[in-house]
Design a binder for this molecule. Structure first.
Ligand SMILES: C[S@@+](CC[C@H](N)C(=O)[O-])C[C@H]1O[C@@H](n2cnc3c(N)ncnc32)[C@H](O)[C@@H]1O
Length: 316
């Protein structure tokens, strides 16, 4: 199996073209949360975007006036992030193509919020550098806010080391936003079910692997081998699924106290994620997805979902 770095480098050209349901919904909801709950007026603040990829969140914070540095281990993604500066319009904040009406709707909401909260600010483009989350080159207490999103921490072999580094470079009282792949969601059912329906869900899982979920203590994280991308040509990646309990505990150990929690793909994940990953979903699938997505918007955001988002402060 290729390394995380190689796999992400290989997908650089297509990374921003979110024609699948999974990522377009995930990032629409996440970016709205950032605009709504995190971004505030008077942001001369310094943000470190860890595992920035092609810079979705880096550009969002920049559009709101923050001074942003993005780091990542995949140089090809960093190149795209740097090139984006030539086409990015901070007034429009379109971070990826609007293939679905919900992407357009969330972009409109985000623009409205930024206009109201920020008004006219001096836009400073983000800067991007090669950097490993487990060994950050910046000084202690250098940043006011840490963003580590797009499930980055789920790909990092030593997540506790990465958390300790985040805590180190964050100022006391500084804030953080992290999202990870969550263990307890409907995918777990699909894991168990897939071998029983002879792999029709294309999760390529053995019964033994499925049962690993149940065998481990409820609060323990778990590593899985997950097939990303198209059904007939998936890219297998090792992924850590976190429990809320263990991630909160690991964060608190380094003085990072969680204040808000919310989930994405809580109900939409009633459809197995291998279907939602398709780059050309059928009309029927899109309709069903949109129906579930509408319901998900109405549900309390703290219900368990496939993506766990945690926001908090450094308290010591
Ligand atoms: C799914 S992408 C998310 C990228 C971006 N945050 C976004 O929301 O689009 C995960 C990113 O984590 C990066 N990554 C994985 N391991 C890393 C590490 N140890 N240090 C820094 N970045 C890492 C990958 O290269 C990839 O860009």
């Amino acid at each position: 199996m290729s390394s995380v770095e190689e796999i992400f480098n290989d997908m650089a050209q297509e990374y921003d073209d979110l024609s699948d349901l999974w990522y377009s919904w995930f990032f629409s909801r996440l970016h709205y949360f950032i605009a709504n709950k995190i971004i505030h007026k008077n942001n001369k603040k310094k943000v470190l975007d860890i595992g920035c990829g092609t810079g979705f969140q880096s550009y969002l914070y920049s559009a709101a006036g923050y001074n942003v540095i993005g780091i990542d281990i995949a140089n090809n993604l960093l190149d795209i992030a740097k090139q984006k500066n030539q086409i990015f319009n901070p007034d429009r904040v379109e971070l990826f193509p609007e293939y679905y009406d919900y992407v357009t709707r969330y972009n409109q909401k985000i623009r409205k919020i930024l206009k109201k909260k920020i008004g006219n600010i001096k836009y400073l483009p983000p800067k991007f550098h090669f950097g490993d989350a487990q060994n950050i080159i910046y000084n202690d207490s250098d940043f006011d806010h840490i963003n580590c999103c797009g499930s980055t921490l789920s790909f990092v072999p030593k997540h506790k080391k990465a958390i300790s580094e985040m805590a180190r470079v964050l100022k006391p009282g500084g804030t953080f936003l992290i999202d990870v792949e969550h263990k307890w969601n409907f995918n777990f059912l699909w894991y168990i079910l897939d071998p029983l329906v002879r792999g029709k869900l294309q999760i390529n899982n053995s019964i033994r692997q499925g049962l690993k979920f149940l065998a481990k203590k409820f609060t323990r994280n778990i590593w899985i081998n997950f097939p990303f991308g198209e059904f007939n040509n998936p890219v297998n990646m090792i992924l850590k699924l976190f429990t809320t309990y263990s991630l909160k505990r690991d964060l608190m150990k380094y003085g990072l106290k969680v204040e808000k929690k919310f989930s994405i793909h809580s109900l939409t994940n009633l459809i197995p994620c291998t279907f939602l990953d398709s780059l050309k979903p059928s009309k029927k699938l899109v309709s069903l997805f949109k129906f579930l997505a509408k319901l998900e918007e109405k549900l309390p955001c703290y219900l368990p979902g496939s993506i766990l988002v945690l926001y908090g402060k450094k308290v010591k």
